[in-house]
Write a new protein. Structure first.
Length: 472
């Protein structure tokens, strides 16, 4: 498999001011595989210490002298370490969080040795072990599950990937290729992006074996909570993990998890799931400007699961007929299309930042909602997800009028289209803006495609300049 984050790791390795790197991400997204593959590609001798499987190895880091630590490792593993041709990899570092503070000494005293630490559920471990983080002396990379484009590459369709990765909005996508991409979109919705499941699908194309792996992954996430999250009602945990897929595409309501339960334990359990990155929040924004989190209403948020394949497993979609599956994935029922787009938008923000997503919902009076609000440079850009070939855009028209914006995006099943919208809202307000419609499978490259569009006000100014008229 090819993981795009590998390119960023190469840039990190070549940086003369390289700092020890901590690779963050949920369980089973491929962190360990990535580091092993990275060491292999760069011909580095991998010194891999798994601190969860072998907790006694943490004792090798006693003291703050990296040279002494390397001597301890050499003695333990019966080997000689050459910093210039080696890679020190501390896997599952959440099992020994006290070692994080010691990484700074490698940067200061043995800068030639690349050091990577990886861990899941670090937030749980850090709360139990107070220590001072080496601020400014380590760097973080955030890793998600495989994106749609990575899935496409794993399927052996490199020419199709290259076609999409270099696509420009002023070009056409032939209908046969469009239909082929929609078929891969359908596959991704069932299989998802968890590497183990993707590998199984590419090898055997067997939905039943993929479903078994997905169920095992869900069980692994639940087991992790008993280890790191403290005591928790197993039934409550299972109910929340099932409720999130059922509430996709709408405001998350705690009482819908189990009406018989009090809100506080449900809220706490959901928060822990988000910390573990099994779920994530789509935060509310007013959309009035940047930062998007300003003036947010904490009572309003939507939720996503880590992976659409796990959503499909939770909802039992593998057990229904193929045509019924397609009907679900090619309509907006259940918010499955929003889950897909949300995953790709999160992936597009990695690895340098911990991804955040926002949406807009009117908090009083008339109804209105925009699926996603993204920042593009200094712009606020609304993104509507229409899994079918068409859909009404009353909320989008009203949002564009109220916020005085001139560029919006729609993700749907149609071929790409850039058009100027001139309409009146349901309140009679005139509104004009540029609408970029892209096939849903291109949502991972949305930031790049937006760059190719001239917003409405710039378009009008250019037209008026050419005609010799003044801009009013």
């Amino acid at each position: 498999m090819i993981r795009f984050i590998g390119h960023k790791l190469t840039q990190w390795l070549k940086n003369k001011n390289r700092k020890p790197l901590i690779l963050r991400g949920a369980r089973q997204v491929g962190k360990t595989w990535l580091v092993r593959d990275f060491a292999h590609r760069h011909d580095l001798y991998l010194i891999e210490l798994n601190l969860e499987r072998s907790p006694h190895l943490a004792d090798l880091f006693a003291g703050n002298d990296p040279a002494a630590v390397l001597q301890n490792i050499e003695a333990e593993l019966s080997m000689t370490i050459d910093p210039a041709s080696s890679l020190l990899f501390l896997d599952e570092i959440q099992a020994a969080p006290e070692l994080l503070s010691k990484l700074r000494w490698f940067k200061e005293e043995i800068p030639g040795l690349p050091v990577i630490a990886a861990g899941s559920l670090l937030e749980f471990a850090l709360k139990r072990y107070p220590y001072s983080m080496p601020v400014g002396r380590i760097t973080y990379f955030y890793m998600e599950q495989m994106s749609f484009f990575e899935f496409l590459l794993a399927s052996g369709n490199k020419p199709l990937y290259q076609k999409l990765a270099s696509y420009e909005l002023n070009k056409d996508i032939p209908r046969p290729l469009h239909q082929k991409c929609l078929e891969f979109y359908y596959q991704y919705c069932l299989v998802g992006g968890m590497p183990e499941v993707v590998s199984e699908w590419m090898e055997n194309q067997d939905p039943a074996s993929c479903l078994k792996l997905q169920q095992d992954l869900l069980a692994t996430f639940r087991d992790d909570f008993y280890k790191y999250g403290g005591e928790m009602d197993a039934r409550l945990l299972a109910d929340i993990m099932l409720s999130v897929p059922r509430q996709l595409g709408s405001k998350f309501v705690y009482s819908r998890v189990d009406p018989s339960l009090k809100i506080l334990p449900v809220k706490k359990a959901f928060s822990l799931l988000c910390q573990a990155k099994v779920c994530s929040k789509i935060l509310h924004t007013t959309g009035n400007g940047l930062p998007l989190g300003a003036e947010s209403n904490a009572k309003f948020f939507k939720s996503l699961m880590i992976d659409i394949g796990l959503v499909s497993a939770q909802l039992g979609l593998s057990a229904i007929k193929r045509q019924e599956q397609r009907d679900l994935f090619f309509t907006n029922k259940g918010g499955l299309a929003e889950q897909f787009v949300g995953q790709q938008l999160r992936f597009a923000q990695t690895p340098s930042t911990d991804p955040q997503l926002f949406y807009w919902q009117r908090t009083g009076g008339r109804l209105g909602e925009i699926d996603y609000i993204i920042q593009h440079g200094s712009r606020v850009v609304p993104v509507e997800v229409k899994s079918g070939p068409a859909g009404k855009m009353k909320s989008l028209h009203q949002f564009m009028a109220e916020k005085k914006l001139d560029l919006a995006v729609r993700c749907n099943l149609n071929l790409p289209l850039v058009e100027t919208i001139r309409v009146k809202t349901t309140l009679g307000q005139p509104v004009a803006y540029r609408l970029v419609s892209i096939p849903i499978y291109l949502s991972e490259h949305l930031p790049r495609l937006i760059e190719q569009v001239t917003p409405y006000r710039q378009t009008i100014a250019q037209e008026q300049e050419k005609s010799g008229r003044c801009l009013v």
